[in-house]
Design a protein around this ligand. Structure first.
Ligand code: FES
Ligand code: FES
Length: 210
């Protein structure tokens, strides 16, 4: 499997002398850019609101209700859901956008809550696994139980949210390929994939009668 980034002390194929020369050029470029950055700042609108570094209050809609929380610029949506809001359905597993355990709906679309800054969701609508189970996604949750689509459960809330989004989008016409695509960003270390897909398809069929 490939890796991103270089291993070792510097870019492959560069001598130490070349590397140092490059660093010197970068520093010179930085010195040139600094006045440009200052000029940009001087041109900024007078009403520009700078947020942070201290926590800032923001209001968002969570599972249908307005919630106001304080978040620092570095806090993610996952941080504010799990701590101040005590909604622990979204799991912090990788915390870097690779596993899908933190999946929530942002304005109806699945996102990794660990990869969205809290300040960026002010005024927007978030639905967590708790909201999915308590709302339109109840049939998907029931299908997860009926199809035995969980083992340890760490991936389950994220899987559930991703499946509920697919069922909501495609309804009874949801295909296996669409269900696979919808859950492609969700990893399950216990290998429950076939049961998760069965559950999504079963829930989609239930949606047919609505
Ligand atoms: S915890 Fe967010 S993608 Fe893994
Ligand atoms: S049920 Fe254990 S990681 Fe999916």
């Amino acid at each position: 499997m490939g890796r991103t980034g270089h291993e070792g002390g510097g870019p492959p194929g560069l001598s130490r002398r070349e590397l140092l020369r490059g660093a010197g050029l970068a520093a010179a470029a930085g010195a040139t850019l600094l006045p440009a950055a200052r000029a940009l700042a001087a041109d900024a609108p007078a009403d520009l609101r700078v947020q942070g570094p201290d926590a800032v209050e923001l209001t968002l809609t969570v599972n249908g209700a307005p919630r106001t929380v304080a978040a620092a610029p570095r806090d993610t949506l996952l941080d504010v859901l799990r701590l101040p809001l005590d909604l622990t359905g979204a799991k912090k597993v990788c915390d870097r956008g690779t596993c899908g355990a933190c999946t929530v709906l942002l304005d109806g679309k699945p996102v990794y809550a660990c990869s969205v800054l809290a300040l960026d969701v002010a005024g927007r609508s978030v639905t967590t696994a708790e909201g999915v189970v308590g709302g339109a996604g109840r049939a998907v949750a029931d299908a997860f139980v009926a199809k035995d689509a969980m083992q340890c459960g760490f991936c389950t809330p994220g899987m559930l949210v991703a499946c509920a989004a697919a069922v909501a989008e495609h309804g009874p016409s949801l295909t296996l390929e669409q269900a696979r695509a919808a859950t492609a960003g969700n990893l399950c270390r216990c290998g429950t994939y076939p049961h998760v897909l069965e559950a999504a398809l079963a829930a989609a069929k239930t949606a047919k009668g609505r």
